[in-house]
Design a binder for this molecule. Structure first.
Ligand SMILES: [Zn+2]
Length: 70
């Protein structure tokens, strides 16, 4: 419920870089893993050996994001 005329202001909070760095690095690692599996893994060069399981699993995402495929 809001009160007429009430103004709510958010306060900015400084967050030290030492607290955000692990989150940033984790996001970068997850992003690179997703990028590899969606955009690069082609079966013959797969980290799981000569299999196209990962490629087929993310095949629609690969086309949706415009990565070259076939
Ligand atoms: Zn394809």
């Amino acid at each position: 419920m809001t009160t007429a005329g009430a103004v709510v202001r958010a306060k900015a909070t400084a967050v030290p870089a030492s607290e955000t760095l692990p989150w940033l690095l984790s996001a970068v690692i997850v992003g690179l893993v997703l990028y590899y599996f969606i955009g690069i893994d082609q079966g013959a060069l797969s980290v799981f050996g000569d299999t196209s399981v990962v490629h087929e699993l993310v095949h629609d995402a690969r086309h949706f994001l415009g990565f070259p495929c076939h």
